[in-house]
Design a protein around this ligand. Structure first.
Ligand code: B12
Ligand code: SF4
Length: 471
């Protein structure tokens, strides 16, 4: 009945083909009738580890909380499985916790193997869930096969073993990813590639070329908990894209690297080879920092123009030096404005030549502890100043793993709980923050102040080419 209602493409209780099942995690219904495009993106940890397992003869079934519209629907698919595997990130911890309880009710003798970011950054929370029989911290590529084959020979908490370089990773078998679970979604999903989200045409290929960002922003600093590893060779990236294009047809790319614009020698090779060796120069989304753009402006410009880096994701975060220092962002207001001006100039030139101008996907945080109203107004001014922008604004969230997150959790100021790791941009996440002010700011109630300063900035920065030569 339920399946009929939702026009579902998968039976509620698929026949198990293995005793081992990997459970893909996310909000219920995200692969049925998703709230937005990003919820539909696939999990590379799952894809990589299932590929490794299958290449080593350890076959697994796949279920997804995202393909279910109720927990009962998940429960109905679990009987008969002996092992359940999950990749747990902080934002999927609530779903993992709930699914584990259900799995054990259905299969009391079953074994649950967990790994993922949350195991690395919040081991205490993972250990407190008795249903989690094994918890692997860190990377899993060189431990997953042995662990799944013989979980009993491992202690409850395991230190994972990763590859030294992404060159050692096999190409993900994308057919091991979950399918869209309704007819409506299936029509535009492009499985096993992914749907478009407004950044570039579908089918979309999401990919990783690098794994760790070396900076230490206090709200993130992933290099304190993800071991460093070599970048994927340029040619391997292009070969995979050409293969996917031949097989499924590629429309555009989303390069999920935390920091794509690092490691100039790799980027120079990308500028050199991607336009020549790829079947087509597919436009892409990828991330940069304002200080490195200022450090390597020619390289940035070459990437935009020659490799179709059409959507530049950039963590501007704030338009105030005070807050940028609180965040240990190591970028200044001036770096931010330099980068905005540079992309504006490049975009204007490309537009004059009849080409599509590049746009910023601009990550902005508000509600940062220590931020004043004036700081936040400066940030909104910077957003308004940016000519071509897709703003991605969220209230600061104290994630475990990050230095500031740990501090606020220890001080009892975090409002994120294991039942709800708030991760919606406008959730209230920290005690003592004046969220009412921020809502008013976003609703435009302080626009007079924002605009007043804007005129001044426009005045000061009308000759942005001068800023360029200062780099
Ligand atoms: C791609 C990505 C996304 C994508 C896609 C997510 C998806 N469906 O996979 C998008 C853009 C949607 C996204 C969104 C968000 N993300 Co994100 N994202 C990433 C990113 C850049 C790469 C993830 C990845 O694919 N890694 C590569 C794979 C191979 O690694 P992995 O999944 O961790 O798996 C490895 C290990 O964990 C381990 N492992 C995993 N499972 C298992 C299981 C077993 C049994 C074993 C043994 C081992 C094991 O082995 C794997 C191979 O080494 C990471 C940063 C990073 N460098 O990893 C952030 C990251 C995971 N995201 C993060 C955050 C905070 C978010 C957001 C909440 C941001 C926001 N405020 O909006 C949102 C929430 C999204 C949501 N649905 O609610 C944080 C998570 C922090 C945390 N403590 O968990 C990270 C770490 C970034 C950061 N530094 O802050 N994200
Ligand atoms: S916020 Fe961006 S630049 Fe800072 S550490 Fe994280 S990925 Fe790197």
């Amino acid at each position: 009945m339920l399946n009929k209602l939702f026009g579902r493409t998968t039976p509620a209780t698929p026949t198990p083909t293995s005793k081992i099942v990997w459970l893909d995690l996310g909000d219920l219904g995200d692969l049925v009738n998703p709230a937005g495009p990003h919820e539909q993106w696939q999990d590379h940890g799952l894809g990589l580890l299932r590929t490794i397992l299958h290449q080593n003869g350890v076959m697994t079934d796949l279920l997804s909380t995202r393909a279910c519209t109720s927990w009962e629907e998940l429960a109905a698919q679990l009987p008969g499985y002996e092992v359940l595997i999950m990749n747990v990130r902080s934002y999927t911890f609530p779903a993992a916790y709930r699914a584990a309880q259900i799995f054990k009710q259905v299969n009391p003798q079953g074994m649950i193997l967990t790994g993922g970011m949350h195991a690395t950054v919040a081991l205490d929370e993972m250990e407190a869930i008795p249903e989690f029989d094994r918890i692997c911290q860190g990377p899993g590529e060189n431990v997953i096969v042995e662990l799944v084959k013989d979980p009993q020979s491992f202690p409850r908490v395991i230190l994972g073993v990763g590859a030294k370089s992404m060159a050692e990773w096999p190409m993900i078998d994308r057919t091991l990813w979950p399918k869209p679970a309704s007819k409506k979604l299936a029509k535009k999903f492009n499985w096993p590639l992914e749907p478009e989200c407004g950044w570039g045409p579908g089918p979309v290929v999401t990919l990783l070329t690098s794994r760790v960002c070396p900076w230490q922003c206090v709200f993130c600093n992933e290099n304190s908990y993800i071991p460093n590893m070599g970048r994927r060779p340029v040619e391997a990236v292009i070969d995979e894209l050409n293969y996917l294009d031949r097989k499924y047809g590629v429309g555009s790319l989303v390069i999920h690297d935390s920091m794509f614009f690092q490691n100039p020698s790799w980027l120079e090779e990308w500028v050199e080879k991607y336009p020549r060796q790829a079947n087509r120069v597919w436009p892409y989304w990828a991330a940069a920092r304002a200080d490195t753009v200022r450090q390597w402006p020619e390289l940035f410009e070459a990437l935009i123009k020659e490799t179709r880096w059409d959507t530049v994701s950039i963590g501007f975060e704030s338009g105030s030096d005070r807050v940028l220092r609180i965040l240990n962002k190591e970028c200044t207001e001036e770096d931010n404005y330099f980068t905005i001006d540079l992309l504006t100039r490049i975009g204007d030139e490309m537009e004059r030549q009849g080409q599509k101008p590049p746009v910023f996907w601009s990550n902005i945080m508000l509600g940062i502890p220590g931020e004043t109203h004036e700081d936040a107004i400066k940030t909104m001014r910077m957003v308004k100043y940016t000519k071509r922008i897709l703003p991605s604004i969220s209230f600061y969230a104290p994630y475990p793993g990050s230095a500031l997150g740990h501090q606020l959790i220890a001080e009892g100021k975090s409002l994120m709980t294991k039942e709800n790791y708030h991760r919606f941009p406008d959730d209230e996440k920290v005690k003592g923050i004046d969220y009412a002010f921020y809502r008013e700011l976003l609703a435009g109630q302080y626009d007079d102040e924002v605009n007043r300063g804007l005129a001044q900035i426009r005045q000061e920065r009308k000759d942005y080419r001068a800023a360029l030569t200062k780099a």
